[in-house]
Design a protein around this ligand. Structure first.
Ligand SMILES: [Zn+2]
Length: 279
């Protein structure tokens, strides 16, 4: 038996960091899959539990690999149209939704203008490299890499989501989702064992419950992407020049959503692992 501690959670070594600070909506690169190290619970441990723990561990690693695959796919994804067109679509999105948001396309050079805010400046490093984009509600700031401007439409989708009380609530829930394994464990201890069986409801359903904790985030992410995709058709065709392929945008955003879904599955696995280790 080991007592639970947050240190039990190790992030897989992804090239992307999960920003769990005050930005409400880090983008695709933000996903980590959480997992717990299997513990050696001693010789009394049933072989069944050890087998299950090993299986969950293997599953967590597979999930992580899958997430990285989608992230790489997104990173290598083409832009669906010229940056000029993206800027126009973004501007129209701001006007149409009456957003009070500053949009910025970050390069390694222009990032310096945020040097007075070290936390923000730090966060912009990956954006400058083309590896992240985010909407920071506290600054009413949406940023995307200058090299990958189309990500801004998704971020403006997050900004638009804040105008809807329910979607805003889903957005805020993100920061608490990572505590699901700990919360489930505590709740399970409070409930205790039922008289007629050896596992309580939480112990039996920890995986699904852990995933459910991340579902609001997945939904809000999907909603942000849909808003970004829909923004394209609200701009009159004669204002846009050259090629425009919305299917590329959809594919890119789907890869992003896949990393979130897998992160949810990872959280479910971590929840199950935490319950197993502590029972
Ligand atoms: Zn997002």
């Amino acid at each position: 038996m080991n007592s639970f501690s947050v240190n039990n959670y190790s992030a897989f070594n992804t090239p992307y960091s999960y920003y769990n600070g005050s930005y409400s909506a880090p983008y695709w690169q933000g996903q980590q899959v959480y997992y717990t190290e299997p513990e050696n619970n001693g010789a009394d441990n049933a072989a069944k539990t050890v087998g299950l723990a090993a299986m969950l561990q293997a599953l967590a690693i597979g999930i992580q690999k899958g997430s990285q695959w989608f992230a790489k796919k997104l990173e290598a994804g083409k832009e669906f149209t010229s940056s000029d067109n993206v800027h126009k679509i973004a501007d129209s999105m701001i006007k149409r939704n009456k957003l009070n948001v500053t949009v910025d396309y970050i390069t390694p050079q222009n990032r310096a203008r945020y040097a007075s805010n070290p936390a923000l400046y730090n966060e912009l490093e990956d954006v400058a490299k083309g590896q992240n984009a985010f909407y920071a509600d506290q600054y009413k700031l949406a940023v995307a890499p200058k090299s990958k401007p189309s990500l801004i439409l998704h971020e403006l989708g997050h900004a638009t989501n804040t105008k809807n009380p329910i979607l805003k609530l889903l957005q805020k829930s993100r920061r608490y989702a990572v505590y699901a394994p700990m919360a489930l464990l505590l709740a399970s201890k409070v409930i205790g064992k039922p008289q007629d069986r050896d596992k309580n409801f939480i112990e039996r359903n920890a995986g699904v419950l852990g995933f459910a904790a991340f579902l609001p985030t997945i939904i809000e992410e999907g909603a942000a992407s849909l808003k970004g995709i829909n923004a394209v058709k609200h701009v009159p065709k004669n204002l846009l020049n050259g090629a425009l392929n919305t299917n590329i945008l959809k594919r890119n955003y789907l890869c992003a959503l896949a990393t979130y879904i897998l992160a949810g599955v990872g959280l479910g696995i971590a929840s199950k692992q935490t319950i197993i280790e502590n029972s």
